[in-house]
Design a protein around this ligand. Structure first.
Ligand code: FPP
Length: 308
């Protein structure tokens, strides 16, 4: 058995976009559904490794709201795969202390499958070694829309809506955002996966097709993550002091600012931000804009209702 040295930093929450099942099957002259089946079988080992590596939450993208557009036979195959998966793996999940949670909409899913999802969630509710979020009939935008609808229904005054409010109404309520998102099969897309939650996640893209993604490849992804410096809109740890010698300050080129945010970074750290740092500020600003827009919508609805 291969031994994996302990990692200096392990992500708390990992998301996986399990892509490449179709290509895996095609290379073997098999129908696409066989690729999905091989993908489902691969999950057992990956879940075991997740527990072993010390990751506490694993979110897997099993069926997206866009996957309904696939041929009927493939959709049917993916639906019955969930039934097959829970029938075969529920005991194993219970044994490993895995708690199953469902992220996504129940609408459109056959009543029998809905029942199986609920049963898996209920039966494993007491487990606490690993949370396995199964994103099934999931879409990031649909999730944000659902949250907006619930916030409106709860009549929360616009000025009280914060990022925390939105978090409370997401399918992942109560869970921290993913630290790392792995995408297999080499595509550089986020595909509507954890759209809100992934604002500051690190991405790791590997060309390996999902059914071939094994413990070694998983370890590699975690190792890569452990070597990254996360800034979350601020500056990396060793840059945070912003301490520059007087000489450095004298010789530093004059800063030209393109916008208010660049200037803010300069005021805080006494130097002009590097491009990627400024970019992080823009991401944060983007999130703040979404909040402002939600507030405006609420305010309009509120005024409209009052006028009636
Ligand atoms: C994308 O591969 C993968 C999916 C649409 C489904 C992922 C599902 C599994 C791995 C099975 C686990 C499922 C359950 C229900 C537990 P693709 O078909 O887009 O691959 P391609 O890009 O090579 O065509």
């Amino acid at each position: 058995m291969v031994e994996f040295p302990p990692l200096p930093k392990v992500p708390y929450h990992v998301g996986i976009i399990m892509d490449g099942n179709g290509r895996w099957a095609k290379r073997r002259n098999l129908p696409r559904t066989m690729g999905h089946r091989a993908g489902a079988e691969n999950l057992r080992g990956i879940i075991e490794s997740t527990v072993e590596f010390g990751v506490k939450i694993l979110t897997i993208y099993a069926f997206s709201t866009e996957n309904w557009k696939r041929p009927k036979t493939e959709v049917k195959g993916l639906m019955s795969l969930l039934h097959y998966y829970f029938n075969r793996e529920l005991d194993e999940l219970l044994k490993n202390g895995v708690r199953v949670r469902h992220l996504g909409k129940m609408d459109g899913i056959a009543p029998r499958t809905q029942k199986e999802i609920r049963q898996a969630v209920e039966k494993t509710a007491h487990n606490d070694r690993l949370i396995l979020n199964v994103a099934f009939n999931y879409g990031g935008r649909a999730e944000i829309l659902d949250a907006i609808r619930q916030i409106v229904a709860a009549k929360i005054p616009p000025e009280e809506i914060t990022e925390e409010t939105v978090n409370r109404f997401l399918y992942t309520a109560g869970q921290p955002d993913p630290d790392l998102i792995i995408r297999t099969s080499g595509e550089f897309r986020t595909s509507n996966f954890l759209t809100w939650q992934a604002a500051y996640s690190e991405y790791y893209i590997t060309p390996i097709l999902w059914p071939d993604f094994n413990k070694q490849a998983y370890y590699q992804a975690l190792k890569d993550f452990s070597q990254r410096k996360r800034r979350s809109g601020g500056l990396a740890d060793e840059e945070e002091t912003g301490s520059f010698s007087v000489e450095q300050k004298k010789t530093a080129p004059k800063a030209r600012f393109f916008c208010w945010n660049e200037f803010r970074v300069f005021l805080k750290y006494k130097r002009k931000p590097k491009h990627h740092q400024y970019h992080k500020y823009r991401q944060k600003e983007h999130r703040a804009h979404i909040i402002i827009h939600i507030r405006i919508i609420f305010h309009k609805i509120y005024r409209h209702l009052r006028r009636r």
